[in-house]
Design a protein around this ligand. Structure first.
Ligand SMILES: Cc1cc2nc3c(=O)[nH]c(=O)nc-3n(C[C@H](O)[C@H](O)[C@H](O)COP(=O)(O)O)c2cc1C
Length: 193
């Protein structure tokens, strides 16, 4: 078994190991709106729920190579609102492509032909047809790490979901190492133990 020592071994190897070991990661496909009104859509897998009362989620967003904020990060700081969309197989490729760098004045939702519909409480729209979406308001941002990453905490103000998700998570997409993904297609229920 291989051992890496952060700070000693090459950063590229450390990152690759973390990306490949901490799996599967849930994917927050985040919609935001810029001050100018452009809808932005981008995926983030350093994402999870941290509390349920009230429901709070976190997402960790890095800076661009030139040190500037990614559009999602900037829009959340400027407007205080975002929507976390959950991805099913039919959206997998579009979600992946929305992770490429598009200029701030161009909407990934429009370019990639991703249908959206109004949210209930926040201004950013949700993706139409996803199995679940969380409308969020910015709670707190913690700068962490050497980049540094923006660790964004959002309070969930509306939860939309297909009710069958309460019985089965089949069909939800998760992120693996590299450019690999998984689609939940097998579950083990231990509720009898
Ligand atoms: C599945 C997937 C997961 C990603 N996870 C993250 C992440 O957790 N944090 C991050 O900073 N970038 C992540 N990225 C890269 C961003 O999506 C990418 O930088 C994107 O261009 C940001 O878009 P924006 O500038 O519109 O916000 C991920 C990309 C993909 C395809």
């Amino acid at each position: 078994m291989k051992t890496l020592l952060p700070g000693k071994d090459e950063q590229k190897e450390i990152s690759k190991a973390i990306f490949s070991i901490v799996v599967p990661r849930p994917i927050a496909w985040i919609s935001t709106v810029s001050k100018e009104g452009v809808v932005n859509l981008a995926p983030f897998s350093f994402f999870n729920a941290v509390t349920t009362k009230p429901p709070i989620i976190m997402v960790s967003i890095g800076k661009r190579k030139d040190g500037t904020l990614k559009d999602t990060d900037r829009n959340i700081r400027e407007t205080g609102e975002f929507v976390v969309n959950f991805v099913s197989k039919e959206f997998l490729e579009k979600m992946h492509l929305s992770g490429k760098d598009y200029p701030p004045n161009e909407s990934e939702a429009e370019i990639l032909n991703v249908p959206t519909e109004p949210s209930k409480i926040v201004l950013p729209p949700k993706v139409k047809g996803v199995p679940a979406a969380l409308e969020c308001k910015l709670k707190e941002i913690v700068e962490i790490g050497d980049t540094p990453m923006s660790l964004i905490f959002g309070e969930v103000v509306a939860i939309h979901f297909e009710e069958e998700l309460l019985e089965t998570s089949k069909g939800i997409v998760g992120r693996l190492g590299g450019k690999r993904y998984t689609i939940i297609d097998n579950e083990i229920d231990l509720s009898n133990l």
